[in-house]
Write a protein that binds this ligand. Structure first.
Ligand code: 5GP
Length: 185
């Protein structure tokens, strides 16, 4: 299959980043992580360009007006968006662009790029999610909001091409890896 978009969505705390990091580590020649732009505050240990490019709301809106973003969405009260130019550049190198977006972002990207492949990662339960989220440093401020959003997002899982439940990570990753093998055929 020609390199396209691999959209991965999950409520925060479902372990999405572990999947993405492993995929990119194992197959760096074929997969690259797109770096989004956001207006949210930088967390401890983050830098501009890792894991996001951080913008003021004014700069973000000005880029929106210039049609700079392939998609953008408001998530947990902040703006997030994907730059168009970045996608084109990676496709020219025949690399799949891995998109880590919320469900609205996934929907918008599918509309704009119908050939994109989408995967939804589910936590084994809401209780597990609560536990994982409260164990995260610097994230407890909006725990209840993230949990409420998680429930809404999980109801949209059937709209995705593939659904994976991340109970046992190795098993879940093996399932994910099969999907990836098929993309590269
Ligand atoms: P966090 O702030 O915890 O890193 O991410 C919050 C949410 O924003 C996650 O659900 C993530 O998938 C989503 N997100 C990150 N980048 C983008 C983007 O470029 N577009 C959209 N629509 N959502 C994004």
């Amino acid at each position: 299959m020609k390199a396209q978009l691999l959209i991965i969505a999950a409520p925060s705390g479902a372990g999405k980043n572990t999947f993405i990091n492993r995929l990119i580590q194992e197959r760096p020649d074929r997969f690259v992580h797109s770096i989004s732009y956001t207006t949210r505050n930088m967390r401890e240990g983050e830098l501009d360009g890792n894991p996001y490019y951080f913008l003021t709301e004014e700069d973000f809106r000005s880029k929106m007006a210039d049609n700079f973003f392939a998609e953008w969405a408001e998530v947990h009260g902040n703006l997030y968006g994907t730059g168009r130019a970045q996608l084109e550049k990676h496709w020219a190198d025949n690399r799949w662009v891995v998109m880590d977006v919320d469900v609205k972002g996934a929907e918008n990207l599918k509309k704009e790029y119908p050939e994109a492949v989408s995967v939804f990662i589910l936590p084994p339960s809401i209780e597990t999610l609560r536990h994982r989220l409260s164990a995260r440093k610097g994230k407890t401020d909006d725990l209840e909001l993230r949990l409420a959003n998680a429930v809404d997002e999980m109801l949209r899982a059937p709209d995705f091409d593939h659904q994976i439940t991340n109970d046992n990570f190795d098993q879940a990753y093996a399932e994910f890896d099969k999907i990836i093998d098929n993309l590269l055929k």
